[in-house]
Design a protein around this ligand. Structure first.
Ligand code: FMN
Length: 387
């Protein structure tokens, strides 16, 4: 049946703005082999009697098998289980390959570490356009891990961040602003000596927020205080110096979704930053006129999967320009930007200094400026955090 006067693409696009949870509906074939499908249509239906529902496509072979079994278990996936969702989106015969599971009270697969599992007997299966509306009578349920669920929105995966999380972020910014007070004179001196701009950025969840900036004489300030850009790979590697492994892993996972080339560049930049203790970028034009304005806008409007794709496309196009560079002391570098981390008393980097807007200079001079920048970050660490 055709969709009346509604264009299917417009339908999908508009409905994609509605977020959904992600659940695995599982059961077993008569021979005990697992069967299941990922749905974004799982919903609670009724309290008395306790009913839940979901909508499989009418041509789903996996649902046909579930229907035959007359029972199923709903596995609510957690925010850190995108990899499971991807595995379970493979062709039906490979879906459970390499996955661990244990049988629920009705024998259907329950995956490890899901948020909760709900065991049901199949109650009704009502045709609804090209889908069925399936209801299940809940027979038992168990919360395994009360963490944020995996969400699907605008064709991408994400998690839920409660609004009240803004409060600790404010605390981080306040602490960072205080730390920068100690090195304000030093920042000013460096900005003068380098004929550039020195800006301090605080790490607030997965964004860098400009908290202080000073510029040398006749250097136009390009940074708006409070502006933020997302720490989207390959950027933000400096914040990972001294970070717990899980944080680095999270950043690398984000790099993975950006494709092979950006993954390689991100790893190279991370290695480079670890080796030198600071990072430099010399793709002034691409970075300042194209990437940074787009990233800043992305930081203001919020991170949505659609915007993320747009930025990743831009980063992919920038490709080579983002590779870390081994400086040649004799060569002139245009549009250099140097960043160095400031570690807090826990050894974590939640603040960094960036020197930019400098005129073309030699590789040897950049090394000197980077030394100065690192001296300044150490001064901040000593004065503010007694590190
Ligand atoms: C996030 C997400 C949500 C999905 N939601 C549904 C859904 O609600 N209903 C559905 O039939 N398929 C949904 N699918 C697709 C199924 O997981 C599955 O690939 C498709 O139904 C084919 O299944 P089959 O191999 O059993 O025929 C979704 C896939 C993803 C990744």
């Amino acid at each position: 049946m055709s969709g009346g006067t509604v264009d299917p693409a417009a339908f999908r696009q508009a409905l994609g703005h509605h977020p959904t949870g992600v659940a695995l509906i599982s059961s077993t074939h008569a021979d005990g082999e697992p069967v299941g499908l990922i749905v974004g249509t799982f919903t609670s239906v009724s309290l008395d009697p306790p009913l839940v529902g979901f909508l499989p496509t009418r041509d789903s072979a996996s649902f046909a098998a579930i229907r035959k079994s007359g029972r199923f278990t709903v596995n609510i996936l957690a925010h850190d289980q995108e990899h499971l969702c991807r595995a379970l989106s493979r062709p039906a015969d490979k879906r459970f390959e390499g996955l661990q599971w244990s049988p629920s009270s009705n024998g259907s697969p329950v995956l490890p570490d899901v948020v909760c599992s709900i065991d049901c007997s199949l109650e009704a299966c009502t045709p609804a356009g090209d889908h069925y509306f399936v209801t299940g009578l809940v027979e038992s349920l168990e919360i395994h891990r009360p963490v944020a669920p995996l969400l699907f929105f605008q064709g991408g995966f994400g998690g839920f961040v409660p609004g009240s999380f803004v409060a600790p972020s404010d605390a981080i910014v306040a602490e960072s602003v205080q730390a920068v007070q100690y090195i304000r004179d030093g920042m000013q001196r460096l900005a003068h000596a380098a004929h550039g701009e020195v800006t301090a950025y605080a790490k607030v969840t997965d964004h860098a927020v400009a908290v202080a900036t000073v510029a040398g004489p006749d250097v136009p300030t390009s940074t708006i205080l409070g502006s933020k850009w997302p720490l989207t790979p390959p950027f933000g590697e400096v914040f990972l110096i001294g970070a717990p492994e899980a944080e680095t892993e999270q950043w690398m996972n984000r790099a993975r979704t950006a494709g092979e080339e950006l993954l390689r560049i991100s790893q190279e930049r991370l290695d480079h930053a670890h080796k030198h203790g600071w990072a430099g970028s010399y793709a002034g034009d691409t970075r300042d006129t194209l990437l940074f304005p787009a990233l800043t806008e992305y930081g203001v409007d919020g991170v949505t999967p659609a915007k993320q794709r747009e930025i990743q496309e831009m980063l992919r196009a920038a490709g080579e320009d983002l590779r870390p560079v081994d400086l040649d002391p004799e060569k002139q570098y245009e549009g250099a930007s140097l960043v160095a981390p400031i570690r807090n008393r826990h050894g974590r980097c939640e603040l960094m200094l960036r020197l930019c807007q400098i005129p073309p200079v030699s590789g040897a001079r950049i090394e000197v400026l980077a030394d100065e920048l690192c001296r300044l970050t150490r001064e901040a660490e000593k004065s503010a955090f007694q590190v």
